[in-house]
Design a protein around this ligand. Structure first.
Ligand code: 4AD
Ligand code: MG
Length: 430
């Protein structure tokens, strides 16, 4: 007997196999019972004829409930009409556990109900496909940087200071001192890129964002590269090359899953270099033309990002925002010091910001001045200032949010389905 998973069954046509899984669906007609098994790798139609199985097994095929755990045994048959191209002529069925009535049925449920039952909702075919696409996405993030000579630097989660502004810090107690959950690994990557040249980190990131939008999570995963001697132009080229790799990779390896969630992949196939570059000032003009009441000097709101990108085919790279609306560490533009050498990459189809990055201030005294202007505690940043004392160089990098990227690639209307257990405003369970 061969023990296998559903995705590998095409290698065993005509052979006897056993598979463990859960009952996804069932139906019956006359002297035959159909049971759809799922095992996390795929779906399999199992056909039980009254003449081929024992009366007990035939009876069990009637009695077994949805989501019961079982083992099926049978002969693999080629069946072009079936999902996966094979079906199983059942010879035996073993019940491991008879499931209680499953709260999630094939009918429509409200989002609140599904979110409360996230631990069970994960089993539905659409969620399984999205989680697999997330996994492929995540692996492509890592592989790109691994294959391009970057060293992985795991940055700490417990930190003494803010990177992206003090208003969104989760505070905790650290042996009599205050500590905060990391908002970004960037401050730790900058020293590391002075040691290793090209580095990146990838981990959970925490922001107490009091906003309930389709783009915000309290806990999200961010990958951040940081490169010594890099200019803003280098950062933009890196972001562009990386995104093209990620999209092509997911298109190649997640075909079945993208199809299952009915993503229009022809739109993703258009994600090719070069991406349009647009200055902040041009973006403001464009937004005003499109009817937004945004003024020069304002940061973009979610609606502005939607407006700016909803008719775009490629990500747009908006650069040189006013320093006032950006983080303290960004290098000023020598041509206009009111502007920061920064870039936000906005995903098309209305998705908006998925990447934020910049060149970093390399001069010690200017950085110190900015820390003071932002009312940040200089003592907590002493080590970070130090980097500018010993062979300081131009450097830069960016951060990409995994969940926003997955939402775009999957074509989802909200980030909550892109992460197994979303942490959202006032939502900590399950
Ligand atoms: O633009 P952000 O705040 O940039 C930084 O944190 C820099 N320190 C990164 C760097 O240069 N090393 O965040 C980067 C990205 C955003 O573009 C977005 O994709 C994601 O992180 N992000 C969020 N994703 C989900 N929920 C939130 N609350 C997010 N906040 C940021
Ligand atoms: Mg940003």
């Amino acid at each position: 007997m061969i023990t296998t998973r559903i995705k590998d069954l095409k290698n065993f046509i005509g052979q006897k196999v056993e598979i463990e899984g859960w009952v996804y669906n069932k139906r019956s007609s006359g002297k035959v019972r159909f049971l759809i098994l799922r095992d996390g790798s795929g779906y399999l139609q199992c056909v039980g004829f009254v003449k081929d199985v024992s009366p007990e097994v035939f009876d069990l095929m009637d009695k077994v409930t949805l989501e019961s755990s079982v083992k099926v045994e049978g002969i693999v048959r080629e069946e072009s009409r079936a999902i996966g191209g094979v079906e199983l002529s059942l010879t035996n069925l073993t019940l491991y556990h008879l499931a209680e009535e499953y709260p999630i049925s094939k009918k429509e449920h409200g989002t609140a109900f599904l979110m409360e039952n996230r631990h069970l909702w994960l089993r539905s075919s659409r969620q399984v496909a999205i989680l697999r696409i997330r996994s492929e996405n995540e692996q492509s993030f890592r592989d790109y940087f691994y294959n391009n000579g970057f060293t992985l630097i795991d940055s700490p989660i417990l930190t003494p200071a803010a990177c992206e502004g003090t208003t969104t810090l989760f505070e905790t107690e650290y042996f009599g001192e205050k500590a905060y959950l990391s908002q970004s690994g960037q401050l730790y990557l900058e020293p590391a890129c002075m040691a290793l040249g090209k580095v990146y980190c990838f981990g959970p990131t925490f922001r107490a964002e009091k906003s309930k939008t389709r783009r915000h999570l309290m806990e999200f995963w961010m990958l951040e590269p940081e490169v010594a001697f890099a200019t803003l132009e280098d950062v933009m080229e890196l972001a562009e090359d990386f995104l093209c790799y990620v999209v092509a990779r997911v298109l190649d390896r997640s075909k079945e899953d993208l199809k299952r969630i009915e993503r229009d992949t022809s739109l993703l196939e258009k994600i090719q270099k070069p991406f349009p570059r647009m200055r902040y000032s041009e973006a403001i003009e464009k937004l005003q033309k499109l009817g937004s009441d945004i003024k020069y000097g304002d940061d973009f709101g979610g609606d502005d990002e939607t407006l700016l990108t909803q008719n775009e085919e490629k990500p747009i790279m908006v650069n040189r925002y006013p320093s006032k609306v950006k983080a303290f560490y960004m290098e000023p533009d020598p041509e206009d010091p009111e502007l920061a050498l920064c870039v936000d990459v906005l995903a098309p189809e209305g998705y908006g910001e998925i990447i934020g990055g910049s060149e970093r201030i390399s001069d010690h005294d200017l950085l110190l001045k900015r820390i003071q202007e932002h009312n940040l505690p200089v003592s907590a940043f002493q080590w970070y200032l130090d980097i500018r004392k010993y062979g300081t160089v131009k450097h830069g990098g960016f951060g990409i949010g995994l969940e926003r990227t997955v939402a775009w690639i999957c074509g989802l209307s909200h980030v909550r389905e892109t992460i197994p257990y979303p942490r959202m405003l006032y939502k900590l369970y399950p």
